[in-house]
Design a protein around this ligand. Structure first.
Ligand SMILES: C[S@@+](CC[C@H](N)C(=O)[O-])C[C@H]1O[C@@H](n2cnc3c(N)ncnc32)[C@H](O)[C@@H]1O
Length: 522
């Protein structure tokens, strides 16, 4: 850590990349005061900020994934503890916030952000983030950024950065927003896009997904800019929540298999290292659990996960298939499970209409298109049969599965908190192709499941074109599909929407924005 006063550098939050800019080098305007000799002091290399900056550059230049590259950078530069936390917060916060920051930079600069040299622009963004969204003292935010630019871009550029940042420092974020964001009465979408740093098309999609309410849209966009908590899953029969709590995790709100980890490396927990537990968002756990809770008449031993990679849901489904939903939910478990003398569950499933706890004794087939992702599914599961296969070209007989999970490829708009650069990379033009694939996979799932069996259609996106519209289109073309009220199988969670689908939200549940439809084949 440098001597530039970073001792108090605790970010208040913040986060996200994608460089929209291309263009020429800066001209200088303004300058940082020199020492008595008239020469500027020697720049200080601040390793946390250099790592944050390198991440921003890699995202721009190489389309790097921030959450995959950051651990490598931290390891290579031997940053840990507070410095690692600072580097991560500064990089992620800058990537998330750059939609807002670029508007402010534009107001403080004689050039549009897209006309600035990308390496300089990234450094200025990093400085703006520190000034407006962290507790870094303004002199430290400006000084460290100017040093960074001198070391990494050039002296002329550092003078430019200094001039821009001094103007930015003249106002707080709250004071800047009315100046740079469109009037909310004239252009509510544009206002939210700038105020919460999201592309307009995503703001529109989120507004539609929450039912048109702008206040709720704002809350959702704000939640996207928060750092997500780390949630663990204890795979039943392999680990327990108690074991995770003993390892320092805290009880979770919804999932009977979840625990929250507020600090420390999840990989250092033995159950995680042994793949008996894993990092998994709570909504991901619950949509998988909901699929296992729907009563099905007749046999219940063959399950299919059609899009299994990298194996989060398959890991939980495999464990429940084999060992049963042993944690279940105290509210309904005792009545719901009536075991046959051989330990199976036929009777309960025949009569039950509400959620039931699966008693075990099934086997999961996990299919994944990409070989390297199928290998990850193998690591996440123990008893499942894992195959590399195209789910739209079935490698199995029709009508043989009792339960099928389709966790379809999607825009991932429900997981923007996790991938700080994702919002700038996603393209609405991908929606038609994704929609075709989603319809193909759901159709394939409905062919794979037997009459009486159940299909879960899941996306990590609340975008209506990927959720209700896909399910509506596919079921409208068939007379053998009954849409279940998915919320009934998640009795522990409120606020999942009007039904029959269940929609999790970052701002309501603190989870990813996961969508679930449950369809029974007649
Ligand atoms: C949203 S991810 C699934 C996440 C996974 N269920 C989990 O919980 O970890 C979608 C997956 O579907 C895979 N995929 C894409 N097209 C596919 C296809 N035609 N058949 C099977 N898998 C496909 C992708 O490679 C990706 O791994």
């Amino acid at each position: 850590m440098s001597d530039r006063g970073t001792g108090g550098d605790v970010p208040r939050g913040g986060h996200g990349p994608g460089n929209r800019s291309r263009g020429g080098q800066t001209g200088a305007s303004g300058g940082r005061g020199g020492g008595r000799s008239g020469r500027p002091p020697r720049p200080v290399r601040d390793e946390a900020r250099n790592v944050a900056y390198d991440l921003l550059r890699a995202v721009d230049e190489r389309d790097a994934y921030a959450n995959l590259l950051m651990p490598t950078l931290l390891r290579e530069r031997r940053l840990s503890g507070r410095d690692a936390g600072l580097a991560t917060e500064l990089a992620y916060g800058t990537l998330r916030g750059l939609g807002t920051y670029d508007e402010i930079i534009a107001a403080c600069s004689d050039r549009a952000p897209e006309d600035l040299d990308p390496p300089l622009l990234d450094a200025i963004r990093l400085g703006v983030h520190q000034l407006l969204k962290t507790r870094v003292p303004p002199h430290a935010a400006v000084g460290t950024t100017v040093d960074l630019v001198r070391l990494r871009v050039g002296t002329g550029a550092s003078k430019y950065a200094n001039a821009v940042l001094r103007k930015v420092a003249g106002r707080s974020l709250e004071q800047w927003l009315p100046i740079v964001a469109p009037d909310p009465d004239q252009d509510p979408i544009g206002h939210l896009a700038v105020a919460h740093s999201h592309p307009r098309w995503i703001v529109t999609a989120m507004r539609d997904a929450v039912g048109g309410d702008f206040e709720e849209t704002a809350a959702l966009l704000a939640a996207d800019n928060e750092r997500p908590r780390v949630t663990l899953v204890a795979r039943p029969g392999r680990a327990s929540v108690e074991e995770l709590l003993t390892s320092g995790a805290e009880p979770a709100r919804y999932s009977p298999y979840a625990a929250y980890l507020s600090e420390g490396d999840p990989g250092s927990i033995q159950a995680v290292a042994e793949a008996r537990a894993a990092v998994q968002d709570e909504a991901s756990q619950l949509v998988a659990l909901a699929l296992t809770r729907v009563p099905v008449a007749g046999g219940d031993s063959r399950w299919l996960d059609l899009c299994a990679g990298p194996g989060g849901k398959a890991g939980l489904l495999d464990a429940i298939a084999v060992h049963g939903d042993e944690a279940g939910s105290p509210a309904w478990k005792p009545d719901a499970v009536l075991r046959e003398p051989d330990g199976r569950s036929e009777t309960a499933r025949e009569g039950a209409s509400g959620p039931v706890a699966f008693p075990g004794g099934a086997r999961l087939l996990a299919a994944e298109l990409q070989y390297h992702r199928a290998r990850l599914v193998r690591q996440a599961t123990r008893e499942a049969v894992v195959i590399t296969a195209d789910g739209t070209v079935p490698a199995w007989r029709a009508g043989v599965f009792d339960r099928v999970m389709v966790d379809a490829p999607c825009t991932g708009l429900g997981a923007l908190r996790r991938r700080p650069e994702a919002r700038w990379r996603r393209d609405p033009r991908s929606l038609p192709d994704l929609g075709r694939l989603q319809r193909g996979l759901l159709t394939s799932a409905l062919e794979a499941v037997r009459p009486g069996g159940v299909v879960a259609y899941v996306t990590c996106s609340p975008h209506l074109a990927e959720t209700a519209v896909v399910v509506g289109d596919v079921s409208a073309g068939r007379d053998d599909v009954e849409t279940l009220d998915a919320r009934a199988y998640l009795p522990e969670v409120d606020g999942l929407g009007e039904g029959p689908y269940a929609q999790f939200w970052p701002h309501r549940h603190g989870t990813d924005g996961m969508f679930l439809a449950l369809l029974r084949r007649r």
